[in-house]
Design a protein around this ligand. Sequence first.
Ligand SMILES: NC(=O)C1=CN([C@@H]2O[C@H](COP(=O)(O)OP(=O)(O)OC[C@H]3O[C@@H](n4cnc5c(N)ncnc54)[C@H](O)[C@@H]3O)[C@@H](O)[C@H]2O)C=CC1
Ligand SMILES: O=C(CO)COP(=O)(O)O
Length: 343
Amino acid sequence: MNVAVIGAGSWGTALALVLADNGHQVKLWTRRREQAEELNKYHTNEMYLPKRTIPASIVATTDIENCVRAADYILLVVPTQAMRETVKKVSPFIPQEAVLIHASKGIEPDTHLRVSEMIAEELPDESKRPIVVLSGPSHAEEVSDRKPTTVTVSSTSIQLAEKVQDLFMNHYFRVYTNKDIIGVEIGGALKNIIALGIGLNDGLGYGDNAKAALMTRGLAEIVRLGVNLGANPLTFTGLTGLGDLIVTCTSQHSRNWRAGYKIGSGKSVTEVLEEMDMVVEGIRTTKAVHELSKRLQVDMPITNALYTVLFEDASPVEAAQQLMKRGRKQEEEHLSLLFDKNN
Ligand SMILES: NC(=O)C1=CN([C@@H]2O[C@H](COP(=O)(O)OP(=O)(O)OC[C@H]3O[C@@H](n4cnc5c(N)ncnc54)[C@H](O)[C@@H]3O)[C@@H](O)[C@H]2O)C=CC1
Ligand SMILES: O=C(CO)COP(=O)(O)O
């Protein structure tokens, strides 16, 4: 198969490696000429996946038309913030039969749209088709080292999801399907907020008790918002919910955790963003979800406490206090969301 991968950051490059290992012809689009030259000449991508060799069968290009012209599958994997402009660039050249996949994790501030909804909005009528989402616990660094990884693909078309499952599946990359695209995208986007919060917790020197609390109560608020948006609550117990929450909150590879850690250790948000040369999706997702939770009147205390640190100059200690001093609550409410047969 011919596959076009749009975005040569760490995740786009790692997924291109999986596809090349599966024998597909892969074209990898980057907007930067020097990066395309590095990939084609030295077979490396030192900025995003240092010390890995990129197979010569992956051909990098800055020409987006050339990248997608003969593609059977197009994988969009740029930061959420860049998705609209990227879809605008690529949409005039999308072949009639090509399957569209995205692997980005975010929610757009202001519109509050999931990534597949943003893509659908930007596709002209003649290019509209069901989009397949690939998500789950999967750090690019481990995938590129061929370490065992599981992910989930989801779409409103189960046939397309199964085609994408076949495209990616191999001995180190196991792919499940799930029909609940809302739950899959919400879980993948919102775990980044909680990972930032856990980084903050670790930077402050708080312990494992608080970490477990943030993960558990974080999942509770993700379920609450997801169910309100129409997700199947059980999706949040799966790979794209609990699975991705665990990996992002506990892995040294997580950029969201690292950004939170630096803020918790005393750096300002601006300083941290200047230092990070990779995307920290959780920051804009915190803004989007803070707005969305207000609009839908869904209680999301961890997201809102983090919002005050990221956007209102609250200190991390104040934010932690704000959470601990809340009124009394019952724990069963989110469990009943998971097990209520009417959901
Ligand atoms: N890195 C990982 O392990 C994983 C990342 N993801 C998701 O994949 C998406 C992409 O992330 P990464 O590849 O990790 O990011 P990255 O920070 O490693 O690379 C970002 C890439 O996007 C490009 N880019 C930035 N702005 C752009 C624009 N305006 N137009 C075109 N290209 C632009 C950059 O040049 C770079 O090639 C994010 O939504 C992330 O949450 C999902 C699973 C795993
Ligand atoms: O989504 C990821 C792992 O599943 C990557 O998380 P970070 O963006 O925090 O590195």
